[in-house]
Structure formats: C-alpha cells, structure tokens
Ligand binder design. Structure first.
Ligand code: SF4
Ligand code: SF4
Ligand SMILES: [Zn+2]
Length: 150
C-alpha cells in the first residue's frame, strides 16, 4: 500500500522533471522512471550521475562496469557491443519485461535505429499518466500522484 501523501510530497519536483538523455543508462534503463531516483531520501541521480546516493547494486552493476563498454569507442550503449545482447543484459531485460512491462533491449534498439533524442521524446509520451499527466514510475503499477492504474 503506497503512502500517497508522503510520496506526493517527496516527488513533487520529479513530477515535471523531464526525461532526458542523461538519464538513459548504457543498458537501456530509463533512470528517470526508477523509484531510486524518485524517492525523497537520498535520490539517486541515475546510472550516469555520481555514485554518492546510488544503491550499492547499481554502483557495482556488471553492465555499467563492463570492460567491453568501457573499451568500445562507440560504447555509450550496449547495442554497439559485439556480444549484444549478452547473457547479463538478457537476464535484466527478462526481469524488467516480466515484472515491469519494459524492455531494455527494445529501448536500446529504438535508440540505435532512431537516435537518443527520438527515444527520449517517445519516453515522455509513453510514461505520462493518462489521468493527470505526471511522469509514471516503472516500478509502480499505479500513478504515484493520482493513483490511476496504468
Ligand atoms: S537506482 Fe540504479 S536504476 Fe535506479 S536511477 Fe539509480 S542507477 Fe538508475
Ligand atoms: S552487451 Fe556488451 S557492453 Fe553490454 S554488458 Fe553485455 S558484454 Fe558488456
Ligand atoms: Zn496520475
């Protein structure tokens, strides 16, 4: 059960915070939609942001720290890797497709084919609450602002 009053107060600044290219992780995760970013206490600034308030599992993430990503001169995103999608990425993708209705691999293919700007514009529409227009959280199945189920 979500404590809506607390959540609304805590994430009010996030409500109109635009999804931007800086929030898209190498694995295709849109960190702007993550509860770790939205939370009030010590919000994570995203995979590409500093590590200060990042959860440990994201600091040590084997995808983010992948050597292939670091050494690939085109390596902003996993899609430019010869092993794409590797076992680690497939496992993450499966978890998110199953639990959160989002696919990292699909995100990356859109970025590869259409560019990051186009992807970001689509994300802003896709993750907008039909009822109140606020940004949805990928880790919650109801809008954290108005409670509308999505
Ligand atoms: S907790 Fe991890 S997935 Fe969430 S915003 Fe931070 S880096 Fe991104
Ligand atoms: S797809 Fe390539 S760059 Fe991305 S985590 Fe897997 S091996 Fe590393
Ligand atoms: Zn809403």
């Amino acid at each position: 059960m979500i404590d809506r009053e607390y959540v609304v107060k805590s994430v009010i600044s996030h409500r109109t915070y635009p999804i931007s290219s800086e929030m898209i992780a190498p694995c295709g995760m849109d960190c702007a939609l993550c509860i770790g970013h939205i939370r009030k206490r010590k919000p994570c600034s995203g995979c590409l942001g500093d590590d200060k308030d990042k959860p440990h599992h994201c600091v040590v993430c084997s995808i983010r720290n992948c050597e292939d990503l670091k050494t690939d001169e085109n390596g902003t995103f996993c899609y430019s890797c010869d092993s794409f999608p590797c076992r680690r990425l497939k496992a993450l993708d499966k978890r998110y497709r199953t639990k959160y209705r989002m696919s990292m691999v699909e995100n990356l293919m859109t970025i590869k084919e259409e560019g990051i700007s186009s992807f970001v514009i689509k994300e802003r529409t896709r993750w907008k609450c039909d009822n109140c227009g606020s940004i949805l959280c990928v880790h919650r199945n109801e809008c954290i602002y108005c409670g509308s189920i999505w």
